[in-house]
Design a protein around this ligand. Sequence first.
Ligand code: ZN
Length: 179
Amino acid sequence: MIDRLGPARRSFQRRPMADIESADYKFTTDVNLGTLARWLRILGYDTRFDRGDVNRDFLRRAQQEERIVLTRKRDMAKRQFRGRLVVIEQDQVRGQLKEVIGKLGLCVDMNRFYRRCALCNALLERVPTRDVEGLVPDYVYHQAGPFQRCPGCGKIYWSGAHRAMAIEFLRQHTPVRLP
Ligand SMILES: [Zn+2]
């Protein structure tokens, strides 16, 4: 059979968003949702924080990367966009998190927490304790761990404490049930 589309056109044939499991969702947030973006990364979601204007290029990038657009701009809902776009109604991050978890049925699983850097979205790498000496406070070096480092921005995470903070926040502010 002759392929009439050719490689250029074929690259735009993408599977519909509905085929993607919610645990594998990827997001782009607009400039107003930086804190929400950080929280989605903490939950393990690949989330681009786009500082640019929410315009055609913004939407095209999101669509090419199969990212769900999260925006505060209500008028975006009327734009022509073949991907998925969610207008976030809540002002505070705790409400926004609750809203996005509820609307999209996100998977909130502690085993996925802190896989990504909350600041820059890179996947974290495990590092030996001796490598973080001098990079974290002494008491952390001696008591916390295991440690992870962001290959993008260099931030060090100590999983136990960071994870406990995230769990506490989610318990207080979201309907998520965590042990
Ligand atoms: Zn980083």
